[in-house]
Design a protein around this ligand. Structure first.
Ligand code: AMP
Ligand code: ZN
Length: 135
């Protein structure tokens, strides 16, 4: 299904031009317009899914396989030193475009990409609570 109002549906379908790195029948991979680092790309499925809660298992698996392929190729092309894969779900987690996408963020030694957080503490109470609820 496509969403007529969704900008990533239009980009994925080729209705809006994009800097396309790769395309197949299920996905388009484009350069992000507001890159965190040189070569920051987005994997967009051609079908519309709001995010990870909505996407089907098979397409999600294909997206991860494609991420692996892109990261290997782009590491050669860019000469980067590592990669982050980021995938935001819902506004509280930083999602701003509500069409599933995976960020492929090249990392370079000494870059200042901010993807870290202050480490908290796993208390016994919280650990027990979560493990109990997961049963
Ligand atoms: P998120 O915050 O995870 O929803 O990420 C949305 C990403 O889409 C951001 O990194 C934006 O820079 C990027 N973005 C938004 N509009 C476009 C566009 N038209 N073409 C390419 N990237 C875009
Ligand atoms: Zn869409």
């Amino acid at each position: 299904m496509k969403d007529k109002e969704c900008i990533f549906c239009k980009i994925a379908a080729g209705e809006i031009p994009s800097a396309t790195l790769y395309e197949d029948e299920d996905f388009r991979v484009i350069l992000d317009l507001g890159p965190a680092s040189k070569g920051h790309a987005l994997i967009l499925p051609k079908e519309h899914y709001r995010n990870l809660y909505d996407i089907d298992e098979e397409t999600a698996a294909k997206a991860m396989k494609l991420a692996r392929k892109m990261v290997k190729k782009m590491t050669d092309v860019l000469g980067c030193d590592g990669y982050n894969i980021v995938q935001n779900n819902e506004p509280c987690a930083g999602q701003t475009v509500f069409h599933f996408h995976m960020h492929l963020i090249p990392r370079y030694e000494g870059d200042h990409v901010g993807l870290s957080w202050p480490a908290g503490e796993l208390t016994e109470e919280v650990k027990t609570e979560i493990l109990e609820k997961m049963k």
